[in-house]
Structures are given as structure tokens and as C-alpha cells.
Design a protein around this ligand. Structure first.
Ligand SMILES: *Cc1c(COP(=O)(O)O)cnc(C)c1O
Ligand code: SF4
Length: 350
């Protein structure tokens, strides 16, 4: 395994990962958007496979320079709902706390790609963090604090424990949730000290784990997930539906089963956001609905994520799965089963 994270085009080329031969375009991409491939992810890439689904998530492509009119720097409208730096308060009972804006890897489809990275929004200053905690403390309706970023698990156990102690002091906060890719992309970081830090608040701790392809759930990743689960953390999944990565019924099924086998309950499958230069990853909502429908019934109910889309402008998440229910116009319904057959409900005359 490579010893260090690959963060430059040269390092990616030396590893044989760069297939796109438009060097000038790649340089422009790398100058604009952060690049990082962790050793664990580099070890998963097959350099002989031009379409490797792991490479596709992390290796820059010239297609990232194609920016469509509908794409925007703040695709889900975080800024519209940020009362103080580092806080996004879109829904009544929960806030995002973005303490850090770096990640162990940089995903080419990232919805916050204009905000994360070494040249991004940086880590919250001590004063900004104080203001963020003061905001949470002053709003008793905040039941849940969601640490995201960036990836909050890049913080040292000491800093995580400090954040958790400050949350412990706010009685109305009952749930602390972390959105992270670390257990998959840098599993060794999930050590005893980190798990112990998560317990500092005495609150109920959830981890929403971001992974998109079943190969990401390596034995090391499963062990890291096991350490969190054994440490009292409840895990749910988060995946982005991505063309060329997981837009295939078999791949999606293997990913959801892999989560459940590893003790992670499928939670959200996100339609890709309108982030700049990501159109090569987007499929249509109809294609997404068909993929999600392919899971229903054929796979255990434990393996069913909710298909959602974040509405641009900050209007929040909306469920976009196809409805199986239609009004029959006569006071009843027509409902489709998982094989595609339509039934009257309540049944008529049979
Ligand atoms: C996605 C999101 C959440 C979390 O939403 P859930 O449906 O609870 O997972 C919270 N706040 C903001 C601003 C979000 O974008
Ligand atoms: S880990 Fe999350 S925040 Fe970081 S680059 Fe990937 S998608 Fe974006």
C-alpha cells in the first residue's frame, strides 16, 4: 500500500491512475479542485481498468471543466441557511456544524467541492466555534447536531473529545451525528482513542457512513465499522447514485447488502447534486427511480435506502422514489407490486 495520500497529478501519474491524456485540462482541474487519494483507496484501484469505479470517484478528469448552466457553487443552498459561520440551520430540530473543511479524500462529485479542501473554508477559528456553540445553546429546538464538513473524523481524538464535552453541556441536544467517509477511506483512524472521544458527551451518537461501491467495504473498513458499533455508535449509510460507479442493480444490491452485513443500516441514496463540473456523474431521476425500484422486494427490507434529492436553493431534501400508488378515480387505488403487476386496492370483485 502507498505510504502517503496522493495529492498531486504527478503522484497519481506515477501510480498509473491517470488515463485522461488532456494534461492541460487536468492541471486546470487540479488547480481548481482539491485532489487526495488515501493509501487505502489507492490500493483498491485497478490501474489496468479504464473504468474502475473507485478511480472514477477520486481521479480528476477533464470533464470536470464542463460547467452546465444549471450547476452552482452552493448546489444545496447551505449559505441561505447559515445564521453564524459553521452552522447550517435548515430544518427546525437539527443543525449542521461544519467544524472542519478538509477530507482524507476528495470526491470528484462532491456537492461542497467549492468549500472543501486545503484552499477551502478552513477550520473554524476558536471564536467562530464559540459563536457556533452559543447559537446551539440559545436554540432549545435543536435536538440534534450533525457534524459534517469536510470530514469531522480528520480531527484528533483530543479535539473530538473537546467538541463532545461542549455538546454534553447543552441539555436540549440529545443526538450527535457524524457524517464521515473515514471508516472506509482511512479505517486505521478509527482507533480506541477516537471511539472513546465519541463517548465523552454521554449523548446518543450516530455515524452516517458515506460509501458508494461495494469494494469500498474492505475487511479493514468492516473492522473499523465494528469498532464503532461495539463502542456504542449506531451506523447508517449514505451513498450518492453515480453514473459509472453504482448505476447498476447488481452493484447497488451488493453495496446495500454489504452495509447491512457490516452493521450499517441503509439510510439515504442521494441523487447527485448540481455541483460544478459533475454532469458526467449524473443520471436522470427516471433512471434513479428504476434502480431503486430494482431493490424493492428482491432484497431484504433492511437493504432499502430512501432515494432523495437536495432541492437547490436550500429547500431541503425531498424523496424522489417513484410512487407505487395511483388513485383509480373511483374511490380506490391501483398499487404496483415489486414485480411490476398492478392491483386494485381494496380488491374489487375477486
Ligand atoms: C441533509 C441535511 C440535514 C440532515 O437531514 P436528515 O434528513 O435528518 O438526514 C440537516 N441539515 C441540513 C442543512 C442538511 O442539508
Ligand atoms: S468526503 Fe464528503 S465532503 Fe469530502 S470530498 Fe468527499 S463528498 Fe465532499
Amino acid at each position: 500500500m502507498a505510504a502517503a495520500t496522493l495529492t498531486t497529478l504527478e503522484a497519481l501519474e506515477e501510480s498509473g491512475f491517470v488515463k485522461d491524456d488532456d494534461r492541460a485540462a487536468l492541471e486546470a482541474v487540479a488547480a481548481r479542485y482539491a485532489v487526495a487519494v488515501s493509501p487505502d483507496m489507492a490500493a483498491l484501484i485497478d490501474p489496468d481498468d479504464l473504468d474502475d469505479p473507485i478511480a472514477r470517484q477520486f481521479i480528476p478528469q477533464s470533464a470536470e471543466l464542463v460547467i452546465l448552466p444549471d450547476e452552482r457553487a452552493d448546489p444545496i443552498g447551505d449559505h441561505a441557511h447559515s445564521p453564524v459561520e459553521g452552522i447550517v440551520h435548515r430544518y427546525p430540530d437539527r443543525v449542521l456544524l461544519k467544524a472542519v473543511h478538509v477530507c482524507p479524500v476528495y470526491c470528484r462529485f462532491c456537492f461542497r467541492r467549492e468549500m472543501v479542501g486545503p484552499k477551502g473554508d478552513g477550520t473554524l477559528s476558536g471564536a467562530a466555534l464559540d459563536a457556533a456553540f452559543a447559537y446551539i445553546a440559545a436554540h432549545p429546538e435543536i435536538w440534534e447536531v450533525i457534524l459534517t464538513g469536510g470530514d469531522p473524523f480528520v480531527l484528533s481524538p483530543r479535539r473530538l473529545a473537546d467538541l463532545m464535552r461542549r455538546l454534553a453541556a447543552i441539555d436540549h441536544v440529545r443526538i450527535v451525528r457524524f457524517h464521515t467517509r473515514v471508516p472506509v477511506v482511512e479505517p486505521a483512524r478509527i482507533d480506541t482513542a477516537l471511539v472513546a472521544a465519541l463517548k465523552e458527551s454521554g449523548k446518543t451518537v450516530y455515524v452516517a457512513l458515506h460509501a458508494n461501491h461495494p469494494r469500498e467495504l474492505t475487511p479493514e473498513a468492516r473492522a473499523a465499522i465494528g469498532r464503532l458499533a461495539n463502542g456504542g455508535v449506531t451506523l447508517v449509510s449514505q451513498s450518492v447514485l453515480l453514473k459509472g460507479v453504482n448505476d447498476d442493480p447488481q452493484v447497488l444490491a451488493a453495496l446495500m447488502r454489504g452495509f447491512v452485513e457490516a452493521r450499517v443500516t441503509p439510510y439515504y441514496l442521494h441523487h447527485p447534486d448540481l455541483a460544478p463540473g459533475t454532469s458526467h456523474f449524473r443520471l436522470t431521476i427516471e433512471e434513479g427511480q428504476a434502480l431503486v425500484a430494482s431493490l424493492r422486494g428482491h432484497l431484504s427490507g433492511l437493504c432499502q435506502p430512501t432515494y432523495v434529492l437536495d432541492l437547490p436553493g436550500g429547500h431541503g431534501k425531498a424523496v424522489v422514489a417513484a410512487s407505487s400508488v395511483q388513485d383509480d378515480g373511483e374511490g380506490g387505488y391501483r398499487i404496483m407490486d415489486f414485480r411490476g403487476q398492478v392491483h386494485a386496492y381494496p380488491p374489487r370483485g375477486d
